[in-house]
Design a binder for this molecule. Structure first.
Ligand SMILES: Nc1ncnc2c1ncn2[C@@H]1O[C@H](COP(=O)(O)OP(=O)(O)OP(=O)(O)O)[C@@H](O)[C@H]1O
Ligand SMILES: [Mg+2]
Length: 130
């Protein structure tokens, strides 16, 4: 269980999924067995704290190491003019940080991209919304 501002986390998920969709459509113009986005959730313990980790794993274009440290910068986009504002990941990272979580990446260019989110697990009973 996690205690979050639901609309904000929806916004984060939507951006990550639409980035994955774009990368898959760039790599595969039609149906393909590798045209998949795999989303998995698990709980992890880091230094005695419990987190819910969600991994978005797409087999699209991947992210080159040359830009990996810049993709969360405001207005950074590799998409053609008019297709992306470059705000998706910068807003997403701010939202996750604001929830006490982490957002990071693992990718091999041309092979895959993984976007990993960790959010602190709820410690008390589920109460009213934040
Ligand atoms: N799953 C992914 N696979 C490949 N590249 C990615 C992936 N996710 C993000 N990127 C790269 O990171 C850049 C920044 O992503 P971000 O979501 O911040 O902006 P955007 O998608 O370009 O625009 P916006 O989200 O504002 O419409 C993208 O332009 C793309 O180059
Ligand atoms: Mg985006």
């Amino acid at each position: 269980m996690i205690k979050v501002r639901g609309h904000q986390i929806q916004q984060v998920f939507l951006n990550i999924i639409s980035n994955a969709r774009y990368a898959l459509n760039q790599k595969f113009s039609r149906a393909h067995t590798n045209k998949i986005l795999d989303i998995k959730g698990e709980t992890v313990n880091t230094n005695g704290n419990k987190y819910v980790r969600v991994i978005f794993f797409d087999h699209g274009t991947g992210i080159s190491s040359a830009i990996l440290d810049r993709i969360c910068a405001p207005f950074f986009s590799n998409k053609p003019f008019g297709e992306g504002t470059g705000l998706g990941l910068s807003i997403s990272q701010a939202i996750i940080k604001d929830h006490g979580g982490n957002l990071y990446f693992d990718s091999v260019e041309g092979e895959y991209a993984k976007v990993i989110i960790e959010l602190p697990a709820a410690t008390e009973e589920y109460g009213e919304e934040l």
